[in-house]
Design a binder for this molecule. Structure first.
Ligand code: PMP
Length: 280
């Protein structure tokens, strides 16, 4: 496999990462995961816009968006992977450990591609989730490398035999450890507004576009744990998990536990958008 680090494409086993890369010491950087379906990027522009925006939010300025696109395009071409995902991260740079920004450090880019199938089983059968307190910082809209709370909360789910942990602040549901979350109650689709308390997922935005296009009633309005637990349908979204129904919340069934009608409709429309990639 060919990957990219700090200016060079190399075989994976020939890449050595500098231990003074601030990504290591501080998680001082930002990242994106972009899906490739049938050799085509899905929502590439949206991911690249968010990457540049996340970087500027933490004062990594002057990224060359076209260069970032060139790097991942070359990765896609050099690795003959038809269906996969590309990870790209930008760190503040390489410098001996010191909290303050290093003067004159150049951002360092790491990127690689993995083969990845669509998560069909979970998209059909749903997943179980648990809930936990959201104690993360107040810049969750930045797609930062600093994922310690997210990692610990995902592990909480794994230990409970579940798939994801949905987070809440004082009983108000924000998002999952690596997903956004939607509910359907009385036919209305709801998700947390895109503010500093959540990452505004690209998949979340696609779902909202689908809702708009399909004339579904929807609101970017936060909901409580109680509303989550009494919802008719619940689903989570992300680049890799697409639109995945939630069958159980904290061990209790959502509806009758099967995929809901609106979830199904959104999945079908999402699928349509993926297939349209190769028709244009
Ligand atoms: N929230 C968090 C905290 C995430 O890590 C992710 C996935 N990176 C998402 C939401 C979903 O975002 P996207 O749909 O852009 O993958």
């Amino acid at each position: 496999k060919i990957s990219y680090y700090n200016g060079e494409f190399k075989r994976d086993n020939e890449i050595s990462v500098d231990y003074n890369d601030r990504a290591f010491y501080f998680g001082d950087g930002v990242y994106e995961v972009v899906r490739v379906y049938d050799n085509e990027f899905f929502t590439l522009e949206e991911h690249m816009d968010r990457l540049v925006r996340s970087a500027s939010e933490i004062e990594i300025n002057g990224l060359d968006r076209e260069k970032l696109i060139d790097i991942i395009t070359e990765l896609k071409e050099q690795n003959s992977i038809k269906n996969g995902s590309i990870y790209i991260q930008v760190s503040r740079g390489i410098n001996p450990r010191n909290h303050a920004y290093p003067a004159g450090a150049e951002p360092v880019i790491l990127a690689y591609m993995n083969e990845m199938a669509r998560p069909s089983h979970q998209m059909d059968n749903g997943v179980e989730v648990i809930t936990a307190n959201d104690y993360r910082w107040l810049k969750c809209h930045v797609k930062s490398l600093n994922l310690l709370a997210n990692v610990m909360e995902k592990e909480r789910a794994v230990r409970a035999g579940a798939h994801e942990t949905l987070l809440h602040r004082d009983g108000v549901v924000t998002e999952g450890s690596s997903t956004n979350v939607f509910i359907v109650s009385d036919g209305v689709l709801r998700t947390h507004p895109a503010n500093h308390l959540i990452l505004n997922g690209i998949t979340r935005q696609e779902v909202l576009k689908i809702a708009e296009a399909q004339g579904l009633e929807y609101a970017e309005k936060a909901f409580t744990l109680e509303e989550l637990k009494s919802a008719d349908e619940v689903f989570i979204t992300s680049t890799t998990q697409e639109v995945t129904p939630v069958s159980h919340v904290d061990g209790e069934k959502v509806g009758d536990g099967a995929k809901g009608r609106i979830t199904q409709k959104i999945q079908e429309e999402f699928d349509q958008r993926i297939h349209e990639l190769n028709l244009v």
